[in-house]
Write a protein that binds this ligand. Structure first.
Ligand SMILES: Cc1cc2nc3c(=O)[nH]c(=O)nc-3n(C[C@H](O)[C@H](O)[C@H](O)COP(=O)(O)OP(=O)(O)OC[C@H]3O[C@@H](n4cnc5c(N)ncnc54)[C@H](O)[C@@H]3O)c2cc1C
Length: 509
């Protein structure tokens, strides 16, 4: 008898990971697969995860979601980047923007021309790199609008992502998935059945005795990792020696008087604090290392650092940074927090969910014999995790701060060779040693390395090809055209008011 192919997909868990997985599979493989999602209201979801990066637009486009409608429903705002305060040293501040700074000329990245100018050949008033950032100027003035190009130059316009209420986003995706045939089963998973011969998962059993069978399982059970970690015993690589924060306290507060289009990440004595502006409230949290502070002190730090009145008590969350040894084993893939967690500093978790889902769909097998697809999936997911890990380590490790035990630890800790190589290369010549498929573009590495305090000793000699007067004129023109473009944008609040005012929101300020 021919072996049964993969016909039934079971997704276990209904947080952001579960419902993104369900929506994407329903959209792209819904004609072929029967899809059932099992979740437990009694357990609930992690309830954080409100800041995203621009890649989320790809997911929304694939799903065909209307941007304004989903932002309205999820009380969302626009995000142009993350402002890092007190990271490289106390009183420092920089924006890691989603866009380029300035404009590349020929094959040479803009920051090399800028570096040349501040070495003294062009205008001494050249200013910092962010002087030539469209995103920085728009963020400073709390403006937002859709802009594909800067004036009639070749300079790209505003790249953006979103802040949103994660539980409302998951509900939106749940409606989407259910409308496309996904069945939702409410219940608590109690045990997992495996085939004695192959080791594959055959079914899960709920606490009331119901049995949900399937051909392929996606573990979206959050930090519990019930299937991949629990039933299949796949190990976890602990990266807390590089990313030492292991706890967070989250608290909502009243909405900001001015809805700025960026996340703020403020370094604290043993971690950092996020501030995420939504239309109806502000999301806040203090991420910290329990080895360097205690929970009471961390709560005091969080509350003292709020810009608006808290709306609840701080809620604790524990985690271990790292990832699973493999992401797909037997007939089960882990997506979301069950696959690993790299801490929220660069808002990469929701991105990892969508990138894992799209990779799984690209490699999804018709038959149960999927060893080759599984190997490729694991190879690519591991590389992606490792690249993001390096980018996060950079923020902690490249600092002049030595005012607390935590920062002294971060500054002197041993880091992966891949991080050391990037730091040395940039410090020497302003060049970026990133992998071609790295999530973070050259512009991101440049902004964070400069922002953290590395000033390259030199620049690309190809940037010498224009005369000093031309360089000066080029820089002045760039600044003018950026100022002109930003002046034409509406305020962020006006844009939201006009296009996606939240159902529960009063007029954004
Ligand atoms: C402090 C913190 C801040 C974060 N901030 C960001 C951010 O700004 N941006 C970002 O992109 N990401 C962020 N993240 C990550 C983000 O929250 C998660 O990636 C995202 O919410 C997905 O979570 P999940 O669906 O994997 O898990 P969860 O939300 O935990 O969902 C798990 C699901 O599994 C179900 N479940 C568990 N056990 C059982 C069982 N026995 N039976 C039945 N169902 C079960 C639960 O009911 C739930 O539905 C943050 C994470 C943390 C910890």
């Amino acid at each position: 008898m021919a072996e049964r192919g993969v016909e039934k997909l079971v997704i276990v868990g209904g947080g952001t990971a579960g419902w993104i997985t369900a929506a994407a599979f329903a959209r792209l493989l819904g004609q072929r697969l029967t899809i059932e999602l099992v979740e437990s209201d009694a357990i609930g979801t992690i309830g954080v995860g409100e800041a995203t990066i621009p890649q989320i637009i790809r997911l929304n486009t694939i799903l065909g979601l209307d941007e304004h409608e989903f932002l309205q429903r999820a009380s969302g705002t626009y995000k142009l980047g993350i402002e890092f305060v007190d990271w490289g040293r106390i009183s420092s501040r920089y924006l890691h923007t989603f866009g380029d700074t300035g404009m590349n000329l020929g094959n040479v990245a803009f920051h090399h021309y800028w570096r040349r100018s501040v070495m003294g050949e062009a205008s001494p008033a050249a200013g910092g790199l962010w002087h030539y950032s469209l995103h920085q100027l728009a963020a400073d003035q709390a403006r937002f609008g859709k802009l594909d190009r800067v004036g009639n130059t070749a300079m790209a316009g505003l790249a953006y992502a979103y802040h949103f209420d994660a539980s409302r986003y998951a509900l939106h995706l749940r409606d989407y998935a259910e409308a496309r045939g996904v069945t939702r089963t409410e219940g608590m998973v109690e045990s997992v059945e495996r085939d004695g011969a192959s080791g594959d998962i055959t079914a899960i059993t709920l606490d009331d005795g119901r049995r949900v069978a399937g051909d392929f399982f996606v573990d979206c059970t959050g930090f519990r990792a019930l299937l991949l970690g629990g039933a299949l015993g796949v190990g976890y690589q602990d990266w807390s020696h590089w990313l030492p924060c292991d706890r967070a306290l989250a608290v909502p507060s009243e909405r900001l008087p001015t809805l700025v289009p960026f996340t703020r990440a403020t370094a604290k004595s043993a971690g950092w604090q996020w501030r995420i502006p939504l239309q109806h409230r502000t999301g806040n949290g203090h991420v910290y290392a329990s080895g360097f502070t205690d929970d009471n002190a961390a709560a005091d730090t969080l509350l003292a650092g709020l810009d608006t009145k808290p709306l609840d008590d701080p809620r604790p969350i524990h985690f271990t940074t790292g990832r699973r040894d493999t992401f797909w084993a037997q007939n089960c893939a882990a997506i979301g927090l069950s696959s690993g967690f790299l801490e929220p500093l660069e808002s990469t978790s929701i991105h990892l969910i969508q990138s894992h889902v799209s990779r799984l769909i690209q490699l999804f097998p018709r038959s149960k014999n999927a060893a080759a697809e599984r190997a490729e999936y694991n190879r690519r997911c591991m590389a992606e995790f490792d690249q993001i890990r390096d980018f996060l380590i950079l923020h902690y490790h490249r600092t002049d701060r030595d005012d607390t035990e935590f920062w002294r630890y971060c500054k002197h800790m041993a880091v992966p060779d891949s991080v050391t190589h990037k730091l040395e290369l940039f410090a020497a010549s302003g060049r970026v040693g990133r992998d071609a498929d790295d999530l973070f573009r050259e512009a991101s590495w440049v902004q964070v390395m400069l922002g953290q305090g590395i000033m390259p000793a030199d620049y690309d000699p190809m940037a010498d090809q224009i005369a000093p007067a031309q360089l000066e004129e080029f820089l002045a023109n760039l600044r003018n055209v950026i100022e002109h473009s930003v002046a034409g944008l509406p305020s962020h609040a006006d844009y939201l008011q006009r296009h996606c005012l939240a159902d529960s929101g009063s007029t954004p300020a």
